[in-house]
Design a protein around this ligand. Structure first.
Ligand code: NDP
Length: 392
């Protein structure tokens, strides 16, 4: 049906390549390009179907444009880093190709992410008759679809939304991040932010916490309030939501290491002079931490990510909880990656499938809650991320 160009050969890129390869009736040809071609080749070697590989610097629009013109894909899946979102969107506009990503744009020199930069592409994509699907990972991504599904099938109005992300897995390392360490640490050390009564409220990083009892034997865990990008699009597209918060679990060990790293300045993103050379401490830290890809064979346990929505249905107050549980070892057996990469890569493939099969169509820039959740929810059950909905 279509040729797809995947950009980025990290933990998530590996899962996207495997999952696209599992659906040959939609993804008839797969090209995997990244900064380091050897990483693309290593992924291609794991997969029985032929995968073409290429080298590209995705910070460079001219290089990207030349690659897209040569490959002629039906869609570009961007699973490089958030820094590359705008250059890849520019190249898609230049070549007339649809676009999908899993994380919103971040400028390198500011630990700040928001949709304004990518929403500013709305008119250009609309005028070109192209579609850009933003944030088709798990959170953002599936959490946006979960919210849209609860609004469509369970509640007439959502008043309060809590998105809760638990990684109950253990990789046995003293300190490691489950996805790109630089992006992860920038996110976790940022101020908390939540939507309350029509305005954003800020909290000090990880200063607000509570206990949450996770289902299916995971049990009670401490969850910490953080800012996460889907809050911004959800309160824009579902303005009825009065309170929206995002919570994540962290082990005491992770928090202890992070505190020390912060205190000694290793999480700084401004350059410092070392031996006559400028280095960014956080980028140096990334270089010495375990590669998230290497955690695959080591990680045991499960993730549980979902949404709790409170609101009304036929005038009655109701609370609904919808979640997915994903097992790290099962993911590793299937695609050679742990569950964090898996839970991001599968929805990226599903978003691509929605676009390429015409189930999701449109001209402009879209977040997932703006589209019909039903075919995406069916695909989650079918392609490895089954979900459960209950009433609390
Ligand atoms: P990795 O760091 O493992 O992989 C990133 C890949 O992008 C690497 O192959 C890297 O190349 C490549 N890359 C970086 N810069 C460039 C460039 N200038 N040109 C070409 N390629 C480049 O990250 P992950 O796979 O863990 O994450 C991928 C994306 O997924 C990130 O944007 C992350 O924020 C997002 N994400 C989204 C989640 C969600 O639920 N929505 C959850 C987790 C991640 P090289 O190997 O040479 O460094």
């Amino acid at each position: 049906m279509a040729k797809v160009l995947i950009i980025g050969a990290g933990g998530v890129g590996q899962v996207v390549a495997h999952k696209c390869a599992q659906v040959p009736e939609v993804f008839t040809e797969i090209v995997l390009a990244s900064r380091t071609k050897a990483k693309c080749d290593a992924i291609a070697a794991q997969i029985a179907r032929p995968i073409e590989t290429a080298q590209v610097d995705a910070d460079n629009v001219a290089e990207l444009t030349a690659l897209i013109e040569r490959v002629q894909p039906g869609l570009v899946i961007n699973v490089a880093l958030p820094y590359q979102d705008l250059t890849i969107m520019d190249a898609c506009l230049a070549t007339g190709v649809n676009y999908l990503d899993t994380a919103n744009y971040e400028p390198r020199d500011q630990a700040k992410f928001e949709y304004s930069w990518q929403w500013a592409y709305q008119e250009r994509f609309r005028e070109r008759g192209l579609m850009a699907l933003l944030g088709s990972g798990f959170d953002p991504g599936v959490t946006n679809v979960f919210t849209a599904w609860l609004r469509k099938h369970k509640l007439d109005r959502i008043r309060e939304l809590d998105i809760i992300d638990c990684n109950a897995g253990d990789h046995g390392q003293p300190f490691a991040t489950n996805f790109n360490p630089e992006i992860n640490i920038r996110e976790v050390t940022a101020k908390g932010r939540y939507w309350d009564g029509g305005q954003w409220r800020e909290t000090d990083p990880l200063s607000v916490s509570q206990m949450f009892d996770f289902p299916e034997g995971i049990g009670p865990r401490k969850i910490y309030l953080m800012y996460h990008e889907e809050l911004e699009s959800l309160v824009k597209h579902l303005p009825e939501i009065e309170t929206a918060r995002f919570w994540m679990t962290f082990s005491d060990n992770y928090l202890k290491h992070l505190e020390v790293l912060q205190n000694v300045g290793m999480t700084r993103i401004d350059p410092v002079l070392y031996n006559g050379q400028e280095i960014v401490p956080l980028q140096f830290l990334k270089a010495v931490l375990p590669d998230p890809g290497s955690l695959g064979p080591l990680t045991k346990g499960r993730t549980c990510i979902g949404c709790v929505a409170r609101g009304t249905r036929d005038g009655r107050e109701e609370t609904h909880y919808i979640y997915n549980i994903c097992d790290h070892e099962a993911c590793y057996r299937e695609v050679g990656s742990q569950a964090i990469s898996y839970t991001t890569g599968v929805p990226a493939m599903i978003g691509a499938l929605m676009m390429l099969t015409g189930k999701w169509q449109g001209a402009g820039v879209f977040n997932l809650e703006q589209l019909d959740p039903d075919p995406f929810m069916d695909a989650l059950n079918r392609y490895g991320l089954p979900w459960h909905a209950t009433t609390l």
